[in-house]
Design a protein around this ligand. Structure first.
Ligand SMILES: [Zn+2]
Length: 142
């Protein structure tokens, strides 16, 4: 008996036993080999080990793309928040006003962060003032 690692056209890996290498070819030709996961008859011998490892690693990642992405986004936002807290002034609701003052040279340019309504943010954008919206982090929702 020979064991082959097979993979279907959707990337499912599985093992199958054959009496010989010829037997494998015959069964593939007869479309007698079916992927146990999705029922596809388009199967082939799995690529060499390193490729299989890469494919599996990708699949593992694919299992929770949303979760991983959220974690990354969260880490990014948290990092940005922390950076702002250390390196920028919190001007709170005065943000649109302060941003405008700096943009039109009525105040010294500095890093600020604060709050702006959607309308205010849009207005700033239209005036060409580079304000970056930062979504609230989960723990900051109230
Ligand atoms: Zn499959």
């Amino acid at each position: 008996m020979i064991r082959f690692a097979l993979t279907c056209d959707r990337g499912h890996g599985f093992d199958a036993w054959f009496s010989s290498g010829d037997s494998y070819d015959e069964q593939v030709e007869a479309k007698a080999i079916v992927c146990p996961t999705c029922g596809s008859i388009h199967v082939e011998k799995a690529p060499m080990a390193p490729a299989v490892l890469r494919a599996r690693a990708k699949e593992t990642k694919r299992e929770s793309p949303v979760g991983a992405e959220r974690k990354q986004t969260y880490a990014f936002l948290k990092g940005m928040r922390d950076y702002l807290k250390d390196n920028a002034d919190d001007v709170g609701k005065a943000f649109p006003e302060e941003a405008r003052k700096m943009h039109y040279g009525e105040a010294d340019a500095r890093n600020i962060y604060g709050e702006a309504s959607l309308e205010e943010a849009k207005a700033l954008h239209e005036e060409g003032i580079p304000a970056l919206p930062i979504p609230k982090l989960p723990e900051e929702h109230n």
